[in-house]
Design a protein around this ligand. Sequence first.
Ligand SMILES: [Fe+2]
Length: 177
Amino acid sequence: MAIVLVREAGIRLEDERQVADFCRRQDIYYERWDADRLAGWERDPGPKLSESEQARIISAYEEEIKRLAERRAYLNWDAVLMSDAAPELLAKFGTLHTHHEEEVRVLADGGFAFVIRNVNGDGYFELHVEEGDVFALPANRPHAFKLGPQRKAVVVRLFSGEIGSVMHPFDDPSFEL
Ligand SMILES: [Fe+2]
């Protein structure tokens, strides 16, 4: 269940419907899938998912992934791990940036937050997600990534084109992760 923290206003939203309404007003697609698909899953430690680990994650959510992809015209997807074992990735994605396409994420295990610029450009809010949360950030919206207290996030990414996306730095000297 996602949580929203509106920084400047000091507002915290935990109610699923309030979070969904807030996301809609912010032009962010949000839904929830059944969590616990990976219950009991112990992965090998290390900075990356193996191919068999990726396949296991994708197959756990295959039905929903295909449904979402069909509805929103996504063509490709993969699964990645973000953790303290890859500090250079955390540093890279922890900077404020945009993409020229949507950023679509399904949280399969762990937790993370996106710090996202308000739709009107006036300040930032944090979207904290946990297992089963699904969201799509619109193209060109400034944001930055940080891990949650679990210090890991297993994430399914969906793309309307090829897998992968280019980061474009967004300059805001006042920004803090
Ligand atoms: Fe991003």
